[in-house]
Ligand binder design. Structure first.
Ligand code: MG
Length: 349
């Protein structure tokens, strides 16, 4: 614990007197909140790994543990709902640790007056998502808050999974010479939500990519591939995930914009609403860092899964500038791909 922790808050309170909506995304302010306030307060070797979950060893077995809260608005959207999102989000964070989700908890914060049918639809969706991932919901909690003091429904899930990978999979394992693989097209979840909220009409609505990632990940592991790091591209999208990993591993990551698949309706919605698809949340996509020699086999395995057919190599890891992520644009110019400094999409997941 820092010596002055009990005396003063480790974030510059004079700069940020209140937590605002801008803190709620994958941007720089969130990162400061996590690093300087939560990280400083709770510091320990497991947390310091800055992974999607903590991997704990007990009696020679390794278990992964993670938690996430869901405040998505609207509760139902093309391709999913808050229930499938909550289960898949936790299943996927465990998969990113090389673990198969086994036991989940769920906490419901319900606003008084929520239609029972709505709650039932969400619960049914959670059961289906858990069944699909081979996990069970084994404990939970329910709180009801006054009408007007919540917004329908918030869900928290936590999960424990059994680690199936013999070698550690974590941001600090990424080394120069690795390549960055992307499991599919990006930007769909965020744009599915925003299109509904903004009333954008498309011939066919943009569907969220919300899905469990456990099978593609387990196939990579079972093939014996050397995987250094996995990261699902949720809040803050691909760009934020790459920045976080480049910082922890103290490496430079260079990616090629032309190699990153973005479907046309998503690109269109991003242009209309002023978003960069590289920063938009996904709920069924991940990046894998593997040694270059493993890339082709890994891509073949991924493309065998319907949700990963567009899997591609999108970049390389270099020693050069620790923590830097660069993007070679479609016209060949190179620029820094930074953490977003401004406001992120609120209540996207
Ligand atoms: Mg994650």
């Amino acid at each position: 614990m820092p010596a002055d922790f009990t005396l003063s808050c480790p974030v510059p309170i004079q700069d940020y007197p209140q937590v605002t909506l801008a803190h709620g995304g994958g941007g720089r302010l969130t990162q400061q909140l996590i690093d300087r306030l939560f990280g400083a307060a709770f510091r320990n070797p497991l947390l310091d790994q800055k992974h999607d979950g903590a991997v704990m060893e007990t009696d020679g077995r390794r278990l992964a543990f993670t938690t996430d809260s869901y405040v998505v608005h609207p509760l139902f959207f093309p391709g999913g709902d808050i229930g499938s999102l909550a289960v898949n989000g936790t299943v996927n964070d465990l998969a990113m640790c090389g673990a198969r989700a086994r036991w989940l908890s769920c906490g419901f914060i319900i606003e008084e007056g929520l239609a029972m049918e709505t709650l039932w639809k969400v619960v049914r969706s959670m059961r289906q998502a858990a069944d699909a991932a081979g996990a069970q919901i084994v404990t939970g909690d329910t709180k009801v808050v006054d009408k007007g003091r919540g917004d329908g429904l918030y869900v928290n899930t936590a999960g424990v999974g059994v680690v199936e990978s013999a070698r550690p999979i974590a941001p600090a394992q990424v080394v120069p010479g690795d390549v960055v693989l992307l499991s599919g097209d990006v930007g769909r979840h965020g744009m599915a939500i925003m299109s509904v909220r903004e009333g954008l009409q498309f011939e066919s609505p943009i569907q969220s990519d919300c899905a469990p990632l456990v099978e593609p990940v387990m196939d990579l592991l079972q093939a014996g591939l050397e995987i250094h790091c996995l990261r699902d591209l949720t809040r803050g999208g691909l760009a934020s995930a790459l920045n976080e990993i480049a910082a922890v591993a103290a490496v430079q990551v260079d990616i090629d914009e032309a190699a990153v698949p973005v479907e046309e309706p998503v690109r269109g919605a991003c242009e209309i609403l002023g978003f960069d698809p590289l920063y938009v949340a996904n709920e069924g996509r991940f990046a894998a860092f593997v040694p270059a020699r493993e890339a082709e086999r890994a891509l073949q395995i991924l493309r065998g899964h319907s949700q990963c057919q567009a899997a591609a190599t999108i970049g390389v890891v270099k020693k050069a500038d620790a923590g830097l992520v660069t993007l070679k644009s479609r016209i060949g110019a190179s620029r820094i791909l930074d953490l977003l400094s401004g406001e992120q999409l609120p209540r996207i997941c």
